[in-house]
Design a protein around this ligand. Structure first.
Ligand code: ISL
Ligand code: CA
Length: 548
């Protein structure tokens, strides 16, 4: 097992639009992040993953890029970016940025050119298909943002492919010229000193060009889109032409990749990516979840998923650990208890996140135990995935608006995108203007200033665990062993590296649980989210870390 900085990384994900507004336009920006660099250093993280900061019309809040080598107007200037990079590096924090190259924005000059004519030199940067005999789209695939994945270009009478919204045309990776464009834009940022990339839906870049119909009734089936025939060839080329020329970190967003496929992407002998993250425990927010609702997976299944990924990857690659990001609801609302046991359960989840084998990712705001927000009406939402689903389901199919809103109030991606509340002042101190998305009304109680001032807060617990992980290699490189694999409420495991061992025990739910674990006999209790402990039982959401 080779030891390296990106395995020892503790990553903090920033969604710039919602992090901090510095100029009063209600939208977070790069100077806002610069303002808070000391906060990140105090927390103790050593890598920042920043969601897209490139020029974009923001149909999908930056995941629709119109210029890969320039900064989004709302976020500031290239000089601001250069200053942000320097400010983070001065604090020993590396920066990885978002590589969104499965698709571009329809406003990108490549697409504007491609639409001009069938023989335009940029035409084949995208994926065009003729209609069926009867004029219908080439097949029945459905977009992750509702509707067909095919949009008709009237001028040429051909359809173009978009797995996401129609303003996000898929790029044609079969075209070597397009691939060279991607490698050039990667070098542009790496040559500036950026430390790596998080790669948006990277398993989707190789398509099945026979474009088969869905097998009967399978909705948004990932196996139809992901892991196409040439995906590994493309990634090996990317690695050879760009990645291996730099000391950079890569993490693929592996939507559609299952544990048995992991090492195809990250095996140390594969020369593709270093790490990926999977969706087995978070799933998609496909349209039918907005209609039929969604149920959380039981912890017994959750720890089975974690064990399967750890066992499969082992020391032949390197795993990623996360519970939340900008596409998922707040972790304490989803996996914990955001009412009576908000602080305890947020700390319990932090314990799981920061003591597993694999690079942990903290999503902005989870370190202060932010909860889901209560969205009252569809007009309060911003996310294209929610708004498109509402059009199809409520306005189109007649699903009750209340049913939709109840479901969206659980699963919508907007819950992760409420602005960060820095203080208990108006708008949580996020902006002096009108925030682009509503500030969670709980900001008077849940905000950074109060969290930093309260030694017992979720923030200080994260701070303590980050320090513990940094100080003990066993928490990074130690083997993982589930000690109570069949217990439906207690998740207990050891982390062992040579003669160093930690034992982590959490009660994942809100009922007191009897604890029979001989492995903790004689061990020292190092950290807990409770001040007092009962021998032989765990209190609701109680978490403990034992050391030698
Ligand atoms: O799970 C999902 C589909 O149901 C969505 O949350 C999401 O589209 C998927 O996880 C892929 O996410 C990435 O690509 C999208 C972008 O909207 C997401 O923000 C990004 O993380 C398209 O670029
Ligand atoms: Ca701003």
């Amino acid at each position: 097992m080779t030891k390296t900085w990106w395995k020892e990384a503790i990553v903090y994900q920033i969604y710039p639009r919602s992090f901090k507004d510095s100029n009063g336009d209600g939208i977070g920006d790069l100077r806002g992040i610069i303002e808070k660099a000391d906060y990140l250093a105090e927390l103790g993280v050593n890598v920042v993953w920043m969601s897209p900061h490139f020029k974009s019309p923001n149909v999908d809040n930056g995941y629709d890029v119109s210029d890969y080598c320039d900064v989004m107007d709302e976020f500031g200037t290239m000089a601001d970016f250069d200053e942000l990079l320097a400010v983070l590096h001065q604090r020993g924090i590396k920066l990885i940025i978002d590589l969104v190259v499965n698709h571009s924005s329809d406003q990108h000059k490549w697409f504007q050119e491609a639409k001009k004519s069938k023989d335009n030199p940029y035409r084949d940067y995208y994926i065009w298909q003729k209609p069926k005999e009867n004029g219908d789209p080439p097949n029945d695939w459905e977009s992750y943002f509702s509707g067909s994945v095919w949009e008709l270009d009237e001028a040429s009478g051909e359809y173009y492919l978009h797995l996401f919204c129609k303003e996000q045309p898929d790029l044609n990776w079969e075209n070597p010229q397009l691939r060279e464009e991607v490698y050039n834009l990667m070098r542009f940022w790496l040559d500036k000193g950026v430390d790596g990339f998080r790669m948006d839906v990277i398993p989707l870049i190789s398509k099945d060009w026979t474009f088969p119909n869905y097998p009967e009734g399978r909705f948004a089936d990932l196996t139809l889109y992901a892991n196409g025939a040439r995906v590994h060839e493309f990634l090996q080329e990317m690695n050879e032409k760009v990645l291996r020329q730099y000391d950079c970190m890569t993490v693929g967003e592996c939507f559609g990749v299952f544990a048995h496929q992991a090492l195809d992407y990250i095996g140390e002998d594969r020369n593709e990516l270093q790490t990926i993250y999977h969706f087995d425990h978070v799933g998609g927010r496909e349209e039918h979840n907005f209609e039929h609702g969604w149920t959380e997976i039981p912890m017994l299944k959750l720890k089975g998923i974690f064990e399967r990924w750890d066992f499969t990857i082992g020391d032949k690659g390197w795993n990623t650990i996360y519970f939340g990001n900008h596409d998922n609801q707040r972790v304490v609302s989803r996996f914990g208890n955001d009412t009576t046991f908000r602080v305890e359960s947020a700390k319990m989840l932090a314990t799981l996140l920061l003591t597993q084998r694999g690079t942990p990712y903290i999503y902005q705001g989870d370190e202060i135990g932010m909860t889901n927000c209560d969205f009252k009406d569809i007009s309060e939402y911003n996310d294209v995935q929610v708004l498109n689903a509402y059009k199809v389901l409520v306005e189109g199919k007649g699903v009750s608006a209340q049913q939709f809103l109840d479901n969206a109030n659980q699963i919508a991606r907007d819950h992760a995108r409420n602005p960060i509340p820095w203080t208990n002042e108006a708008n949580g101190g996020f902006t002096s203007g009108t925030p682009w998305l509503k500030v969670n009304p709980k900001y008077p109680e849940i905000n950074v200033a109060d969290a930093v001032a309260d030694q017992d807060s979720v923030f200080h617990y994260y701070h303590e665990l980050i320090a513990l992980r940094k100080a003990n290699e066993a928490l990074t490189y130690g083997a993982y062993c589930d000690l109570l694999p069949n217990h439906a409420a207690i998740w207990a495991y050891s982390r062992t590296l040579e003669d160093k061992q930690f034992i982590i025990v959490v009660n994942f739910y809100g009922n007191e649980e009897a604890l029979h674990l001989p492995e903790i006999e004689g061990k020292t209790l190092l950290v807990s989210n409770y001040a007092t402990h009962k021998d032989g039982s765990l209190q609701p959401y109680e978490a403990r870390i034992y050391g030698m």
